[in-house]
Ligand binder design. Structure first.
Ligand code: URA
Length: 430
C-alpha cells in the first residue's frame, strides 16, 4: 500500500478501503517520515472533486477520531451530552443550552473551540469573564462535571491531531467546503470527545459555511448517520444563519446577552434555538419524548433553575456570573441613511465587522479585545426611519471604528416592501 496509489484511486473516483484510509491517516499524523503535506493536499483536492462514499467517510471519521487521545466519559453513563455548532455569528447558545441541560439532569462536560474566521468561539467568550479558567486539569474537569453537571474548557491534550493538521492544510488549499471532509472533521472531534448524546446545530445562510438548505440537510444527515454508526445518540437541528443570532456579536457582549436570557430576557430567536437544541439533548439523555423534554427545558429556563446552574458553573470555574463584564472605551452608533425595511443583512460581513473591531483574530497570535463587537438595534424585516440607530460598535481602539463601520454598512440592504419572514428552525434530523 502506498500514498501514490491511494491518490490515484481517488483521482479516478474509485472507493478506498478502510485499511487504505487508516494507513493514510496514520502516516499523515506521524511526526517524522510520514505522509507529506503535498500528497495529503492532492488527496483533499481529489476528494473535493470526486467525493467519498458514506462507507469511506465513516472510515475516515473513525481513523481521525482514533488518531490521538479519546476522552472517556463512561463514568457518566448515558447522561453525558455534547453540542456542536457548525459556526455562526452571535451564536452564544452553548452558554444557555449547557445550564439548561445540566439543570435537567444531563452532564455537559465539553471541550469548546475558539473563533474561526468570521465566526465566534465559546472559549474566547468565556475568557472574557474575569477569573474563568478554561484550562482545568483532567481531574478538575471530571470532578466539576460530577458535582455540578457542567464543565466547559478549551481543547486540551492530544485530541484528533489528524484533524488539526488536515484542517490547517484544507484552509490553505481551498478544500474546506467539501462535505465528506467537513463531516469527518467535525464528527471525529465529537467521537473523540466521548459524549453519549450529541446535538449538532447545522447553520445555514449568509453567515454559515453551508449557504443553502440542500447542502445543510445533506451535511446534517451524514453527520447524524456517522454518529449513530459510532454508537452515539444523535440529532441535528438545521437553523437559519442569514441573520446573526440575538443582538450581540463579540465576546463579553455575547456573554452578557446569554446571561440576560438566563435571567429571563426574551430574545426570541436566541431563546428558540437554545430551547430546540436543549430539548433534543434532554430527550436523548433522559429518555423522554422531545415534547416533554421541551417542557422541561422551558421550565428550567423560565423558572430560573438554569440561571442558578450558570452561577454554580461560573463559580466552580473561577468566575462570577453576577460580576461586571468588560465595557468598551469607544462606542459609536451607526444611523440609517434612509428609511425603509432592512431586506437583507449579510451575517458574514457583520461577523467581519466585529472582528475588525477586535472581537476576533486576523492572525493566529492576535490578542482578542474582549469588550469589542457590536450590538444590533435593528434586524432583517425591521422598518427603520432615516437617522434611527441601526447598531452600536464597541471597541477599545478608536482607530478601528471607521473600517468596521464601512463593513457593517456594506452588509445591509434596504427595500420599500417588508421582506418575507424566513424560518428559524429549518429542519431536524434524528
Ligand atoms: N468546523 C470544523 O470543525 N471542521 C470543518 O471542516 C468545518 C467546520
Amino acid at each position: 500500500m502506498d500514498m501514490l496509489g491511494i491518490i490515484r484511486k481517488k483521482k479516478r473516483g474509485e472507493e478506498l478501503s478502510r485499511e487504505e484510509i487508516e494507513y493514510m491517516i496514520c502516516g499523515f499524523t506521524r511526526e517524522e517520515g510520514g505522509i507529506p503535506d503535498y500528497q495529503m493536499s492532492a488527496f483533499c483536492m481529489a476528494v473535493y472533486f470526486n467525493g467519498m462514499s458514506d462507507t469511506e467517510t465513516a472510515a475516515l471519521t473513525e481513523a481521525m477520531a482514533h488518531s490521538g487521545d479519546m476522552l472517556d466519559l463512561a463514568r457518566f453513563g448515558t447522561r453525558s451530552v455534547d453540542k456542536h455548532s457548525t459556526g455562526g455569528v452571535g451564536d452564544k447558545t452553548s452558554l444557555i443550552v449547557g445550564p439548561i441541560v445540566a439543570a435537567c439532569g444531563g452532564v455537559f462536560a465539553k471541550m469548546s473551540g475558539r473563533g474561526l474566521g468570521h465566526t465566534g468561539g465559546t472559549v474566547d467568550k468565556l475568557e472574557s469573564v474575569a477569573g474563568y479558567r478554561t484550562g482545568l486539569t483532567g481531574e478538575e474537569f471530571f470532578a466539576q462535571a460530577e458535582r455540578t453537571g457542567i464543565s466547559l474548557i478549551g481543547q486540551t491534550g492530544n485530541l484528533t491531531p489528524a484533524d488539526k493538521k488536515l484542517y490547517a492544510l484544507r484552509d490553505v488549499t481551498e478544500t474546506v467546503d467539501s462535505i465528506p471532509l467537513i463531516v469527518s472533521s467535525i464528527m471525529s472531534k465529537k467521537i473523540a470527545a466521548g459524549a453519549h448524546n450529541i446535538v449538532l446545530d447545522v447553520k445555514c445562510g449568509s453567515g454559515a459555511f453551508m449557504k443553502d438548505e440542500e447542502s445543510a440537510r445533506t451535511l446534517a444527515q451524514k453527520m447524524v448517520d456517522i454518529g449513530k454508526v459510532c454508537g452515539r445518540n444523535m440529532a441535528a437541528v438545521i437553523t437559519d444563519m442569514d441573520v446573526p443570532l440575538g443582538f450581540a456579536v463579540g465576546n463579553a457582549l455575547e456573554v452578557r446577552e446569554a446571561l440576560d436570557v438566563l435571567r429571563g430576557a426574551n430574545i426570541p430567536d436566541l431563546c428558540e434555538v437554545s430551547l430546540a437544541l436543549s430539548a433534543e439533548l434532554i430527550a436523548m439523555c433522559r429518555g423522554v419524548a422531545v415534547k416533554e423534554a421541551r417542557y422541561m427545558a422551558e421550565n428550567a429556563l423560565f423558572g430560573g433553575a438554569a440561571y442558578e446552574k450558570a452561577k454554580e458553573w461560573f463559580t466552580a470555574q473561577g468566575g462570577d456570573a453576577e460580576a461586571e463584564l468588560a465595557h468598551a472605551e469607544f462606542v459609536r452608533e451607526i444611523r440609517a441613511g434612509k428609511s425603509g425595511y432592512i431586506s437583507h443583512m449579510d451575517a458574514e460581513k457583520i461577523g467581519r465587522a466585529a472582528c475588525e473591531l477586535g472581537a476576533g483574530r486576523k492572525t493566529k497570535n492576535d490578542k482578542i479585545d474582549f469588550a469589542a463587537g457590536l450590538v444590533l438595534r435593528k434586524k432583517t424585516g425591521d422598518f427603520v426611519r432615516e437617522g434611527e440607530v441601526l447598531c452600536a460598535l464597541h471597541t477599545s481602539c478608536e482607530e478601528k471604528l471607521a473600517a468596521a463601520e464601512k463593513i457593517f454598512c456594506s452588509a445591509l440592504e434596504f427595500s420599500a416592501e417588508k421582506p418575507r419572514k424566513k424560518k428559524l428552525i429549518i429542519g431536524i434530523v434524528r
